[in-house]
Design a protein around this ligand. Structure first.
Ligand SMILES: CC(C)(COP(=O)(O)OP(=O)(O)OC[C@H]1O[C@@H](n2cnc3c(N)ncnc32)[C@H](O)[C@@H]1OP(=O)(O)O)[C@@H](O)C(=O)NCCC(=O)NCCS
Length: 277
């Protein structure tokens, strides 16, 4: 299978998700000091994470000791780099919203590993894949975000059989082969975003709820442990920050106002990198 097949642009039929599209706009100028989030706002930031090694060293040395220790425990350089860059990006963004220096932020983690800032009316979540990251923030409700680079998964059919709900399995099997990989990651990211919003992670069985993922269906969650009203009180958004990537954001409640921006490393990391002062 070619990569064009994987990302859903094979042949004449494009796998387009047009229901309430979220548009990512490049940020113009540097990241401002006082970022403001109103109660109905959700802000989403998309950034590339692959940096030159000397920049990664500089970013690592500016992390608190516990996060440096975690960075050094990764077996693969690639994972360490992405953790460090993503963690610094998160710190810089949170610092701009809260008006505190990024280095002063101290994370806590829920029993299932979801990071949070105690005592702050600011919810956030992040995801990384394929050298890119998405970070989402809201004031009033916990939220979950997920991102995947679309790629060939040779055993997608068996993963679908194992983890997807019955309705999802039937919908997936109805698709032609050329559309399956994008559909797989669309479904997967929607499920993960929901689980990350609840903070449950994979301790909540993936087959206990259903998400839509066919291109012409409205984006929604249903049948969460058979409680229809529970699912309808959630919002789910389809995200495509750039071609070849798919993501999703889940949050309780409705009537949210989304703003999605892309950031370059110069716009957020200048003050932390060598030679920038
Ligand atoms: C941890 C989990 C929430 C997401 O993991 P993931 O998809 O590997 O990673 P993502 O990039 O989406 O998200 C990682 C971030 O989510 C956050 N996170 C960790 N635990 C979380 C939880 N319980 N709830 C919400 N967010 C969580 C962290 O900020 C983490 O970033 P960090 O490690 O740099 O601090 C969990 O669902 C998991 O283990 N998923 C496995 C996914 C999998 O098997 N995929 C196979 C696809 S075929």
């Amino acid at each position: 299978m070619r990569i064009a097949d994987c990302i859903g642009i094979a042949g004449r039929r494009r796998l387009a998700y047009a229901d309430h599209p979220v548009t990512f706009t490049p940020l113009v100028g540097p990241l401002s000091a006082g970022l403001k989030l109103d109660e109905s706002d959700i802000h989403i930031w998309y950034a590339q994470l692959d940096l030159a090694p000397e920049c990664v060293v500089a970013l690592t040395s500016r992390l608190p000791e516990d996060e440096q220790n975690r960075a050094h425990r990764f077996s693969f350089d690639r994972d360490r780099v992405r953790f460090v860059v993503c963690r610094q990006l998160l710190r810089v963004l949170l610092g701009r919203y809260l008006g505190v220096p990024a280095a002063e932020l101290r994370f806590r983690f829920s029993g299932k590993g979801k990071p949070y800032l105690p005592g702050q009316e600011l919810h956030f979540n992040l995801a990384h894949s394929g050298g890119a990251a998405l970070i989402a923030l809201a004031r009033l409700q916990p939220l979950g975000i997920d991102l995947e680079q679309i790629r060939l998964i040779p055993d997608a059919d068996s993963l679908v059989e194992r983890f997807f709900s019955q309705a999802e399995r039937l919908a997936f099997q109805s698709l032609p082969e050329t559309l399956k990989m994008k559909a797989f990651f669309t479904c997967w990211t929607r499920k993960e975003a929901f689980l990350k919003a609840t903070g449950e992670g994979l301790s909540f069985p993936l087959s206990d709820f259903t998400v839509t993922f066919l291109p012409d269906e409205p984006v929604r969650i249903s049948n969460v442990r058979s409680a229809a009203d529970f699912a309808s009180s959630w919002s789910l958004y389809h995200l495509e920050p750039e071609e070849g990537f798919v993501g999703a954001l889940a949050i309780p409640g409705n009537q949210w106002h989304l703003t999605a921006r892309t950031l370059s490393v110069e716009q957020w990391a200048g003050e932390l990198l060598p030679g920038s002062r």
